[in-house]
Ligand binder design. Sequence first.
Ligand code: FAD
Length: 317
Amino acid sequence: MSTFLVVAEQKEGAFRQVTFEAVAAAKQAAGGAEITAVVLGRADQADELFSYGADNVLHVNDNQLDHYTPEGWSQALLQVIEQVNPDGIVLGHTAIGRDISPKLASRLKSGLVSDVVSIEDGPVFTRPIYSGKAFEKVTIDDGLVFFTIRPNNIASLEKQEGASGSVEEVSVTITDLQTVIKEVVKNTTSGVDLSEASVIVAGGRGMKNEENFTILDELASVLNGAVGASRGACDAEYCDYALQIGQTGKVVTPDLYIAVGISGAIQHVAGMSNSKVIVAINKDPEAEIFQIADYGIVGDLFEIVPKLTEEFRKAAV
Ligand code: FAD
């Protein structure tokens, strides 16, 4: 029986939403093949993968894999791939997926379709090119169907409560790790993961200083969203580079993106132009961000943002 392998990703002991989206994407691309999910390291909730559509779940129980390292994960995955011999492999286009998938593809002598945003029968993959200015459609004529999916674009299957199966333990041999992660220290202003947030409030150089980012935190928290930033704001040390959105930062596709005091440089737009609804707040009516915004508010952000927070707070009550 042919199978598609989905590489699960976890954060703080829970699967990332993109893992469930990858199971759905694998089903779309697999044309009836089985879906096998593989969990590396700690796996408190491996069962949950069955309820999102996985037919089989493999678990590599080795605590050297609890935290991602390119060496550890690639050694483990190459051995799992050899055992399973899949027809397809799917990962999230996350920091991990972006890092490890080219490495695996080169070791497997396979092609790789990265950053897929939708899949049609065939399978035909759609992916953005030229920093999101255009889309291309890609098919794989022969060999392994290896692709990564952009978070938040392909819907996961509805959770089937009570779906279950048995998680199969798989052993691999990990040798000579040059890097060992001892501790991960969290360093973001919001608890919501930027690449999976459905609402993002992003600040630019117009925020003027680090303290003013508090008004963005407040707005994001009322909307249950995450705070992001332009590189202008990061360079000016208003916030951490982990928040940077754009060509050299994170690529995001939330349902709602509120750009606050951001001019709309092409490198920023490359990371957020596929957001479903874009709202821009800028005092310069000629700012380029208004060209891609669905709604524009021309004015002083220091007046507008607190008013928005207040109104959303009232609406939430
Ligand atoms: P600015 O361009 O300075 O804009 C600030 C805006 O705030 C202005 O439009 C102003 O009108 C508005 N403003 C000021 N005060 C107020 C107020 N009180 N109320 C309302 N509005 C106000 N940038 C990224 O963001 N992400 C990237 O990944 C990225 N990668 C890059 C890669 C390369 C190779 C290069 C060369 C550049 C990259 N950049 C990136 C930088 C990019 O070109 C811009 O310099 C940057 O996006 C500008 O940030 P900004 O919009 O916050 O600042």
